[in-house]
Ligand binder design. Structure first.
Ligand SMILES: Cc1cc2nc3c(=O)[nH]c(=O)nc-3n(C[C@H](O)[C@H](O)[C@H](O)COP(=O)(O)O)c2cc1C
Length: 435
C-alpha cells in the first residue's frame, strides 16, 4: 500500500475537529519542534526532504525559506496560498474542508521556522464553506494552546488569520496575493525583489501552497530521510492529483511521485480507465496552464520510455514533446472531445482573468479568444492558425507574471499536436465533432 501523507486519515469521521485530529496523532510535530528543534534545523530538514512547492512551479521549499532575510529586524510573515482557482485543480479545498488541522499544524511549523509571529491563510472567496471550517479549526487551536501567546510554554507566539480572496485567478499569483492581502487590487509585482526580501508590508515573506504546507508535519514527525525515500530523484514524496474529464473515476488521489501515467489512468485504484471504453485522446496533466499532450506522448516520452507522474518525467522532451506536473490538475479527454472547443474554454478564462497590467497579456488573450471563437465556429481561415501561434509566441515570457505564459502554452501546444483538428474546422466550416 502506497504511503499516504495527505489523505491517510481523510475518511475518519470528525477529522476536522481538534479532538479527532489530536487522537490520530495531530500536533505531535509542533510539540517536537517547539521542544527540541531550532527554527533553522526545521528549515534544514525541509530542505533535505526535497519537498518542492505544490502550487505549480515546483520550487524547492527549503531553498525558498533560506532566502528569507534572517538579519532583517522587520516582522517576518508566512502566508498560505489557498486561492486554488486553476481550472482542473481541486485538491487544496479537499485538505481545507476535511483536514484543516493538518494545514494549521503545517502553518505553525513554517511560521516557527521562518520566525513569523503572524501568519495568513489567503483562501479563495468562493470557498466560504471551507473558510468557515478553517476558522472554526483555528479557534479550537487557540483554545487548546497551539496558537496565540507562548505556545505550550515554549516562548513562541503565533497569530493565524484567515483572509477571503479577492475573487480573481490572478490573486493566486504570490505577489498579487500579497497586494490583495494588503487591501489593494491584486496586481502582480515586478520581481525582483522577491517576497523573501520584500513581501507583505515590505517585510520578508514566504508564500506556500496548501499542499506544500500540509506535508510539513509528516516531514518533522518522520524525518527528511523518510520523505526523501519516497518518489524519484527530483520528485520527492507524494502528490495530490485532482483527476477529471472522461475517466470512470474522477476524484482526488494521492500518488507516490513516479507513478506511471498509464497506471494512473487505467488502474482501478485511480481513474479506472476511459469512460465507455473510449479511446484516450489527450491529457492536460497539471492544470489548465500546462501544455496539452496527445495520448501517445502522455503515456510514453518521445524516447519511448513510460511517462511518469513526476516533475522530471513530465518535462522530458521540453515543450516540444513534454509538459509539466504543475498543480496536479489532471484533465483527461477521450476521442469525442474537440480540442479547439476545449482550448476556447481555456482562452476565454485567461482573457477574463488577465489583470490588464501587461499589454501582451491584456491584448493577446483577447485576440486569441476571438480567433479561437471564429475557428471553432468554422468561420476561421488557415492563416489564422499561424496568427494564433504567433500571438501565443509573443505573449510567452513577455509579461510581469506567468499568467501570460499560462494563457499561451495551451494554445501553442494544441496547435503543435493537433493542427489538423484546427484545419478540419476550417475545411468543414463547422466543428467536426458536432453532429
Ligand atoms: C496566475 C497564477 C495563479 C496562481 N494561483 C495559485 C494558487 O491558486 N495556489 C497556489 O498555491 N499557487 C498559485 N500560483 C503560484 C504562486 O504564485 C506561487 O508560486 C505558489 O503559491 C508558491 O507556493 P509553493 O512554493 O508552495 O508552490 C499561481 C501563479 C500564477 C501565475
Amino acid at each position: 500500500m502506497a504511503t499516504k501523507i495527505l489523505l491517510e486519515n481523510i475518511e475518519a469521521p470528525g477529522l476536522a475537529t481538534f479532538d479527532c485530529y489530536r487522537k490520530l496523532g495531530g500536533y505531535a510535530s509542533v510539540e517536537k519542534a517547539l521542544k527540541s528543534l531550532s527554527p533553522d534545523s526545521i528549515t534544514q530538514e525541509v530542505l533535505k526532504s526535497g519537498l518542492r512547492g505544490r502550487g505549480g512551479a515546483g520550487f524547492p521549499t527549503g531553498m525558498k525559506w533560506n532566502f528569507i532575510d534572517k538579519k532583517s529586524d522587520k516582522p517576518h510573515y508566512f502566508i498560505c496560498n489557498f486561492d486554488e482557482s486553476e481550472p482542473g485543480t481541486f485538491k487544496d479545498r479537499h485538505i481545507g474542508q476535511l483536514n484543516p488541522h493538518q494545514l494549521i499544524e503545517g502553518m505553525i511549523l513554517g511560521s516557527y521556522a521562518l520566525g513569523a509571529r503572524s501568519a495568513y491563510i489567503y483562501i479563495r472567496g468562493e470557498l466560504f464553506y471551507v473558510l468557515n471550517i478553517i476558522e472554526k479549526a483555528i479557534d479550537e487551536a487557540y483554545q487548546k494552546g497551539f496558537l496565540g501567546e507562548n505556545i505550550m510554554g515554549s516562548g513562541y507566539s503565533l497569530d493565524l488569520y484567515c483572509q477571503p480572496g479577492g475573487g480573481a485567478y490572478i490573486c493566486g499569483e504570490e505577489t498579487a496575493l500579497i497586494e490583495s492581502l494588503e487591501g489593494k487590487r491584486g496586481n502582480p509585482r515586478i520581481k525582483p525583489p522577491f517576497p523573501a526580501l520584500v513581501g507583505l508590508y515590505n517585510c520578508p515573506t514566504v508564500v506556500n501552497n496548501v499542499e506544500t504546507i500540509a506535508n510539513l508535519p509528516w516531514i518533522i514527525n518522520h524525518g527528511a530521510d523518510a520523505y526523501a525515500a519516497l518518489g524519484t530523484l527530483k520528485s520527492k514524496g507524494t502528490k495530490l492529483i485532482s483527476a477529471c474529464g472522461h475517466i470512470n473515476k474522477p476524484g482526488i488521489y494521492e500518488i507516490e511521485l513516479g507513478l506511471p501515467v498509464e497506471e494512473f489512468i487505467y488502474s482501478d485504484e485511480y481513474c479506472g480507465g476511459i469512460r465507455n471504453g473510449n479511446q484516450l485522446k489527450a491529457v492536460v496533466a497539471g492544470g489548465s496552464s500546462v501544455p496539452i499532450l496527445p495520448a501517445e506522448l502522455i503515456l510514453k516520452t518521445a524516447k519511448g520510455e513510460p511517462r511518469l507522474l513526476s516533475y522530471e518525467s513530465l518535462e522530458e522532451g521540453g515543450f516540444q514533446t513534454g509538459t509539466m506536473l504543475g498543480s496536479g490538475g489532471f484533465i483527461v479527454m477521450d476521442h469525442t472531445a474537440c480540442i479547439v472547443k476545449n482550448l476556447l474554454t481555456f482562452a476565454r478564462f485567461y482573457h477574463h482573468e488577465s489583470c490588464g497590467q501587461c499589454s501582451p497579456c491584456r491584448e493577446g488573450t483577447g485576440w486569441m479568444e476571438k480567433i479561437l471563437r471564429r475557428i471553432e465556429a468554422g468561420k476561421g481561415s488557415m492563416k489564422e492558425i499561424d496568427l494564433l501561434a504567433d500571438i501565443a509566441k509573443h505573449i510567452d515570457g513577455t509579461t510581469i507574471c506567468p499568467l501570460g505564459d499560462a494563457a499561451a502554452w495551451p494554445v501553442s501546444s494544441a496547435i503543435r499536436h493537433f493542427r489538423s483538428e484546427f484545419e478540419e474546422h476550417i475545411i468543414q466550416q463547422k466543428c467536426p465533432f458536432t453532429k
